[in-house]
Write a protein that binds this ligand. Structure first.
Ligand SMILES: Cc1cc2nc3c(=O)[nH]c(=O)nc-3n(C[C@H](O)[C@H](O)[C@H](O)COP(=O)(O)OP(=O)(O)OC[C@H]3O[C@@H](n4cnc5c(N)ncnc54)[C@H](O)[C@@H]3O)c2cc1C
Length: 310
């Protein structure tokens, strides 16, 4: 990409009548890139983001809250007017679906699930987040998705946008948006728990879940889990913490045998106090933990539970 000021078109996240907070992470990301920012909201004027700049507004009442065809045309329409270097989505179910459609239409490179920016290059997780790859786009325009929770937005959400309406003439979608349907009723609402004790793959086997749950009970808290523990069927999905589970912010979060992958951190980093128990002192969870206990998790949790019961 040339020497001109870079421009990023940020596609807002809007669902069920509300602008999602993750929209502001797009602003934080563009800030890290040093790009000029413009936004596109397919939503309502009442939910326009706090932002000092131009926001293209397409009415969700007309275009639907989500319609892969129409929303693609809307993004392409604004991209045509603004010629951004980057078109950026959150790496959400919305972004996963829409970004590749836009990239294909523009014959542009796509870089997905960005967690960091290093000298203008994009850091993305690889090998199940055990490693990171550094990527740069070779096409003049690129479509990007950013991992939710990777770019925090403190202080960046202010101002009144300058709204510009987007209309579309003569595009007939091949799909209709019918509506949302709740997948399942959440049996446990982890968001209300003051203490959450979560089990990670480091607990070793299903039988050890009881040990972790016992500690949660002593704190009158709830049991949580990472995705591998849920995928293995050791703990039910409603207790999964992370970007594809629940986002929680308890007073105390105890991470038992959890490595600290970005998708898990995204779900618990706003906890007031974080204790992690891990046999590896270099586990990434240490970066967000207030206390890192380097120990065998089952031995330590047994001892701690016994002591607290006294
Ligand atoms: C699109 C997508 C969405 C995802 N969503 C989520 C999500 O919502 N939630 C989520 O959690 N993950 C999610 N993941 C998975 C995520 O990337 C990680 O794979 C996962 O969080 C790792 O879980 P873990 O920490 O339990 O396991 P591991 O990464 O395997 O870590 C196990 C840890 O236990 C430690 N350990 C091992 N034995 C012991 C012992 N005896 N005593 C103490 N410590 C020990 C190890 O040192 C290690 O740090 C998602 C991934 C993708 C691609």
């Amino acid at each position: 990409m040339g020497d001109h000021a870079m421009k990023a078109l940020l596609v807002c996240e809007y669902r069920q009548g509300k602008l999602l907070e993750s929209t502001y992470e797009l602003l934080a990301f563009a800030g890290r890139l040093g790009a000029d920012k413009i936004m596109l909201l397919i939503g309502s004027e009442a939910q326009a983001p706090k932002f000092q700049g131009k926001v293209y507004l397409a009415d969700a009442g007309v275009f639907g809250e989500y319609n892969p065809d129409l929303h693609k045309y809307l993004v392409l329409d604004v991209a045509q007017k603004e010629k951004p270097d980057y078109i950026v989505f959150v790496h959400s179910s919305f972004g996963w679906d829409l970004a590749p459609r836009v990239a294909a239409a523009l014959k542009a490179a796509q870089v997905s699930e960005i967690v960091g920016v290093v000298d203008g290059k994009f850091e993305v997780p690889s090998c199940n987040a055990k490693m990171r790859r550094l990527l740069a786009a070779r096409t003049p325009q690129a479509v990007l998705t950013i991992q939710a929770g990777a770019f925090s937005y403190q202080g960046e959400a202010r101002g009144t946008p300058q709204l510009e309406r987007v209309e579309l003439a003569g595009s007939t979608p091949r799909v209709d948006f019918i509506g949302y349907e709740a997948a399942e009723k959440k049996a446990v609402d982890l968001a209300k728990a003051e203490v959450i004790v979560s089990a990670g793959r480091g607990i070793g086997k299903k039988e050890n879940v009881d040990t972790i749950a016992a500690l949660a009970r002593v704190f009158k808290g709830e049991l949580g889990a990472t995705r591998p523990v849920v995928d293995a069927g050791w703990v039910e999905h409603t207790r999964q913490v992370g970007s594809s589970g629940q986002i929680v912010a308890p007073k105390l979060y105890v991470a038992c045998g959890i490595s600290g992958a970005i998708q898990h951190i995204a779900g618990m980093k706003r906890s007031d106090f974080i204790v992690a128990i891990n046999k590896d002192r270099d586990a990434p969870i240490g970066e967000v933990a207030d206390v890192l206990v380097v120990a065998d998790v089952i031995q330590f949790v047994h001892a701690l539970t016994a002591r607290l019961r006294k």
